[in-house]
Ligand binder design. Structure first.
Ligand code: ADP
Ligand code: MG
Length: 254
C-alpha cells in the first residue's frame, strides 16, 4: 500500500495582486516521482516553495506526511502553524536549486556534514560515514576533501544533492537542477537523480528535461499561468497531450 506523502489542495498564492499559483491541487505518493513542467513564470517555483514552507500560501492547504503545513482555511478561518513546527516539517524535505549554493569555504565532506551535525545534532562519525556512502552514490567518492571551486558545475550539483540527502529527508524537491549547467554536464546530474529515484526516494522535480520526465516520472503536471492545465502519466501528457497549451509548450521544448 502506498501512502500519500504530499497533498496539495486548492493552493493559491498572490504576489501583489497577481496570481503566482491559482487553485492548484496535486499529490505525490511515497516512492513516486512527480515532474512539473511549464513555461517560465507559470508558478512552478512558487508551488515548490509553498511545499517547502519558504512561501506561505494565501489559501488552500498542504500536507506533508499527513501533517498540515502553512495555512489552511477552514470555513474562512485561517489555521497557522508555529515557526517551530514549520522547522520540523522542513526537515522532512531536501531541496536542490538551480544554483548549487555550496558553502565555498568548506570541503565537500564539511558541506555534507554541517547540517546533520549543527541542525540534527548528530555525531560527526555517523554523519561522515553516511556522507561518504552518499558521495559514492552520486559518483564523487574521491572528492570528499575537494573545495567547491575545484569542482565542475555538474560535480557541485551532485554534491548539493548528496548534501540534501545527508539530512535523511523523506522527500526531495528539485527546482530546475540542471538549468544552470553547461549542456555536457546535464547528463551526469540527471543520472544521479535517476539512480536516486531507483532507491525509492519520493521526488518532486521541476524540469525542462523531457527525456528525464518521460523515463523517470510516475506523473507529470503541466502548469501555465499558475494553474495545473494537464496531468497524468508521462506517456499521456508528453506524447498525447489533450490541451492546446500543453501541445504548444511541448512543440517548443521537445
Ligand atoms: P516559474 O518557476 O514557473 O518560472 P515562478 O513561481 O517563479 O514561476 O513565478 C510565478 C509568478 O510569480 C511570476 O509572475 C513571477 O514574476 C511572480 N513571482 C514569483 N516570486 C515572486 C516574488 N517573490 N515577488 C513577486 N512576484 C513573484
Ligand atoms: Mg522557477
Amino acid at each position: 500500500m502506498t501512502s500519500r506523502l504530499v497533498d496539495v489542495k486548492h493552493v493559491t498564492k498572490l504576489f501583489a495582486d497577481e496570481y503566482a499559483v491559482r487553485d492548484v491541487s496535486l499529490h505525490v505518493d511515497s516512492g513516486e516521482v512527480l515532474c512539473i513542467i511549464g513555461p517560465s513564470g507559470s508558478g512552478k517555483s512558487t508551488l515548490l516553495n509553498c511545499i517547502n514552507c519558504l512561501v506561505r500560501p494565501d489559501s488552500g492547504s498542504i500536507s506533508v506526511d499527513g501533517e498540515l503545513i502553512g495555512i489552511e482555511y477552514r470555513n474562512g478561518t485561517p489555521y497557522e502553524m508555529t515557526e517551530r513546527s514549520i522547522c520540523f516539517q522542513r526537515r522532512k524535505m531536501g531541496m536542490v536549486f538551480q544554483q548549487f549554493n555550496l558553502f565555498p569555504h568548506m570541503t565537500v565532506m564539511q558541506n555534507l556534514c554541517e547540517g546533520p551535525i549543527r541542525v540534527l545534532h548528530e555525531g560527526r562519525a555517523e554523519a561522515q560515514s553516511r556522507a561518504a556512502s552518499l558521495l559514492g552514490q552520486v559518483g564523487l567518492g574521491d572528492k570528499a576533501d575537494s573545495y567547491p571551486s575545484e569542482l565542475s558545475g555538474g560535480q557541485q550539483q551532485r554534491v548539493a544533492i548528496a548534501r540534501a540527502l545527508n539530512m535523511q529527508p523523506d522527500l526531495m524537491l528539485f527546482d530546475e537542477p540542471t538549468s544552470a549547467l553547461d549542456p555536457e554536464l546535464v547528463g551526469e546530474v540527471l543520472y544521479a537523480m535517476k539512480e536516486l529515484a531507483r532507491t525509492g526516494m519520493t521526488m518532486v522535480v521541476v524540469t525542462h528535461e523531457m527525456g528525464f520526465a518521460r523515463e523517470v516520472a510516475d506523473n507529470v503536471v503541466f502548469m501555465a499561468e499558475g494553474r495545473v492545465i494537464e496531468e497524468g502519466s508521462p506517456a499521456r501528457v508528453l506524447d498525447t497531450p489533450s490541451n492546446p497549451r500543453t501541445k504548444d509548450f511541448l512543440s517548443k521544448v521537445l
